[in-house]
Design a protein around this ligand. Sequence first.
Ligand code: FE
Ligand code: FE
Length: 166
Amino acid sequence: MAEKTLEDLFLDTVKDIYFAERQVLKALPKMARAAQSEELKAAFEKHRDETETHVERLQQVFELLGKPARGKTCEAIQGIIAEGEEITEAFKGSSALDAGLISSAQAVEHYEITRYGTLRTWALQLGMKDAAALFEQTLGEESATDEALSSLANTSSNSRAKTKAA
Ligand code: FE
Ligand code: FE
């Protein structure tokens, strides 16, 4: 077997995040439906639309690589989403539900942030400036989402979570 290179690692990781983004695209509408506050619903819906763009950007990266757009099962994102579903189920109807949904969504964003940070660095090392720019754009949106969720948690969901549902 030929020795594996950074290029192989790069392609594997693009496939990982491509799989992950498509799972997230399916999970976000469910999270929006589950959310109690209108602001949180809106935040999830907005990020669902952005996620569609993230999937498209990854398809552009596959094109730049001359490879078919194909995902590779990412157990990490499956685990993060499964835990989120457990929380949604366990806290349904409770005042802590939104706080739980935000914490799950932030786990997703942090996973994406670590992947895109790595991919941007590797793309630059491999001389793929266009791909690096695409990762950079997505990374900015993932970080902005993470910050927006933090501020939603700080302004409302956490304080509501401390009180019992009326
Ligand atoms: Fe994303
Ligand atoms: Fe995201």
